[in-house]
Design a protein around this ligand. Sequence first.
Ligand SMILES: Nc1nc2c(c(=O)[nH]1)N[C@H]1C(S)=C(S)[C@@H](COP(=O)(O)OP(=O)(O)OC[C@H]3O[C@@H](n4cnc5c(=O)[nH]c(N)nc54)[C@H](O)[C@@H]3O)O[C@H]1N2
Ligand SMILES: Nc1nc2c(c(=O)[nH]1)N[C@H]1C(S)=C(S)[C@@H](COP(=O)(O)OP(=O)(O)OC[C@H]3O[C@@H](n4cnc5c(=O)[nH]c(N)nc54)[C@H](O)[C@@H]3O)O[C@H]1N2
Ligand code: SF4
Ligand SMILES: [Mo]
Length: 905
Amino acid sequence: MNRQITASTCCYCGVGCGVLIEHDGERILGVKGDPSHPANFGKLCSKGSTLHLTGDLHARALYPQLRLSKNLARGRTDWDSALDHAASVFARTIAEHGPDSVAFYISGQLLTEDYYAFNKLARAVIGTNNIDSNSRLCMSSAVVGYKRSLGADAPPCSYEDLELSDCVMIVGSNMAYAHPVLFRRLEEAKARRPHMKIIVIDPRRTDTCDLADLHLAILPGTDVALFHGILHLLLKEDWIDRDFIQAHTQGLPELKQRVRDYTPSRVSQLCGISVEQLQQCAKWIGTSSGFLSLWCMGLNQSTAGSAKNSALINLHLATGQIGRPGAGPFSLTGQPNAMGGRETGSLSNLLPGHREAGNAEHRAEVAAYWGVEQLPDNTGLTAIELFEQMASGKVKAVWIACTNPAQSLPDQVAVRAALQACPFVVLQEAFHTTETAAFADLLLPAASWGEKDGTVTNSERRISHVRKAIAAPGEARSDWAITVDFAQRLEKYLRPGHSSLFAFETAAQVFDEYKHLTLGRDLDLSGISHALLDRIGPQQWPFPAGAREGTARLYLDGVFPTASGRANFVADPYRAAKEQRDAHFPLTLITGRLRDQWHGMSRTGTAAQLFGHVSEAVLTLHPDELRRHRLRSGDLIRLKSRRGAIILPVSSDDSVRPGQAFLPMHWGDRFLKGGVNSLTLPAFDPLSKQPELKHSGVSLEPVCLPWHLFALIEGNAQQNFETLRPLCEGFSYVSLSLTGRDRPALLIRAAHVSPPDAQLLRDIDQCLGLNHGPVLAYDDPQRSIGKRVRLEDGRITAIRLAGETLARHWLHNLWLEGRVDEQLRRWLLAPLSAPPGNGKPLTGGNNILCNCKNVSLGAVCAAIGQGMDLQALKHTLGCGTQCGSCVPEIKRLLAANPQPVAVIA
Ligand SMILES: Nc1nc2c(c(=O)[nH]1)N[C@H]1C(S)=C(S)[C@@H](COP(=O)(O)OP(=O)(O)OC[C@H]3O[C@@H](n4cnc5c(=O)[nH]c(N)nc54)[C@H](O)[C@@H]3O)O[C@H]1N2
Ligand SMILES: Nc1nc2c(c(=O)[nH]1)N[C@H]1C(S)=C(S)[C@@H](COP(=O)(O)OP(=O)(O)OC[C@H]3O[C@@H](n4cnc5c(=O)[nH]c(N)nc54)[C@H](O)[C@@H]3O)O[C@H]1N2
Ligand code: SF4
Ligand SMILES: [Mo]
């Protein structure tokens, strides 16, 4: 076998780590961190280091599929027929209803070249600004924040600043989970320079708080009040930089007026924190020599997202903490190329090169470069509006690429109705399994990680060359190539007789055309090419032609890209989140990330190992809330908002405050019936149009679902998923996950008011391989109880419990251990179902704390019980020694179980 290494980047988060892909030209065999990549210097987190285990081919979209009517199933077709059909439908729709009757909804996970091709297609060929991306759900408040406060959409800092700062404030970001490799860097910096203060501002006590000197658990949505309260104190104590303010800013007088009312006592009340905490926070910010802030979705995903961003940047302007090492407002980008999307103009209101679609001069510049008469001046639709207009019938054809809106947009009931109503839905996807795929009239298979060539920009403005290691499976093609091919076909209808605007043959050519649109702009990257990146490695923009290296920091001279050259203080008032808790919906639901899952789980959900840390969808509530609702951990409840309801188990966790609840964002309808975003609200920020995904008002209701189902089947998890999930559709509660490591299995839990008819259960058993062969079964139809286990080669290979499922933990564990004993045979053939141990979850839990070394929570707890400290745990169990993602959690366990003080005799 011919083993090769290809240097590329990780396809997950905006840290943008370099990876070395090990492959044989056909299959990817392993991944390692790239020691020479300046984003990670060889480190990877639990997601990056398991990339080669994800992306099961059974889940991949391999061939174009088309259906000619909504009530038909899609059938396989070829690329020519698929794209000809798409071009004719788009052309007809545009001819009959105008260019704004079609739309594109794309993604921060596309490469820069893909984005550029889509933009040129929408704006130059079709003449619509209806092109928006999932970055609308992610970064658009940061875009507005930077532009309003500083004049351009540019994070001014570098990762290195995390090491050079004296006070790092992490706001609405759970870096330990969402930007882990960067968090490791901060941990190391703090260990080296313990005087560095770390402040975390998050309603929940997350793993990120493990590093904090101060955690402000503010009430959800109150950040603007907090920042104004901090500025009030900075002004009062004279912890401001008068010279900087004088020379480089404007607008402080209005802001002073505004923050006068944000007194410590008022702010402490609004935010639910103590006056002392507020004062401590202001003091560290005001008196540190280098103040850096890092933020993410806790600020952006809010109806006050733009105000939150600018109120935070105000603090940097007041203290002059910008434009020097170790200082500055540093927005962490979520997706690997959300930055590239902003650069190429992939939000409806933007144009390539940080231009505005609403600016006539900008439109004329781009039109001239593209050689078209004009660009559209109609306002384009943003994500939420786009789906509203699909529902109302105004948008009649939509092209969705590299995003899964039937999982990730808020108010799913409305989103799914919109997708259903839209006459022509094209989906360009790497995986055929997503919730959105069910709505696609045309499914186009896309190449994915390891199979594509292009560039991405990470959070610190650093552009990396993403290299292809292997060919895409089946007939999957690169995104830019699909777009270019479609554009050429559409041009025949819309620009007959003109030469093509899409004469691209390689990704490098697309990049070279695009980069000239950045010439002379704030992000000027006209000096970069794929070849240059290969020669000198990843570079930070601006990188104008002739430059020898990139730019680490912006605004060193205090000159900002505004009309006056001065940065703006922004004096927005604090406005509460849209949905406050009330008598009907007494809890605030917060949504966010898990450590080992990525968004809708199309990729991470194919690797059983990544379910080891958190195995299923659970709502976490403060112990007081459980008591108030008379619930115990594990009980099923109906969680209701004004828009929808889902059923799932609760668990007790004092990291959320009373009055709040937390649910990971990852569980869509495939993994948890209904999906998380059935509950969330589509209300958005007036400037950034970013929806308030973080907070919704919810209530809990008890449910009475006496009939339970538990099933486990070893073997082809994806295939089993696809056959079994539809059979469960009629049950009220349905939750799927994978389990195991070397022998992965699909796990199903379901519950319903009454038993299903016997045929459905037989169908389920059929799929589980439990209708024949070496199966031990006990059925009591009278009581609707049944238990079946398949035994092969002395091991359990499938399990189905129906009626009641008390034995599930015990059986799951027997399966994990590959053990079969007499006790099992006796229990299986006995009429009563009570299992040995009475059905309690296994002590310490089977949950895998350390994914790299496969160390369970139970094992770590047992070792802590024996008196081990972190070093000893690392030494004996190996946990925390590889990617380090589990170290914060281990430290928390250690803190919760103080070691006995050694007594020296
Ligand atoms: N493991 C993993 N990593 C990822 C991703 C993933 O899916 N999985 N996705 C990537 C993407 S696209 C993104 S955008 C980032 C997101 O990265 P983060 O924004 O760090 O992640 P979240 O968990 O969504 O939200 C962060 C925190 O905001 C807090 N929060 C909620 N409301 C408020 C509030 O009103 N104020 C404040 N101050 N905080 C609040 C939540 O409690 C949560 O802990 O992660 C990226 N990295
Ligand atoms: N409740 C709640 N909802 C949220 C959030 C939240 O915090 N709370 N966060 C929001 C945020 S910040 C974000 S960024 C969104 C993310 O939401 P989505 O964009 O829906 O997330 P993904 O599941 O990553 O979708 C990317 C899709 O692209 C496919 N894909 C992978 N590689 C390729 C490729 O190379 N080409 C193509 N064409 N397809 C590919 C994947 O299979 C996947 O289905 O979710 C948002 N939704
Ligand atoms: S931190 Fe993890 S997920 Fe993010 S780019 Fe690096 S390896 Fe990938
Ligand atoms: Mo995101």
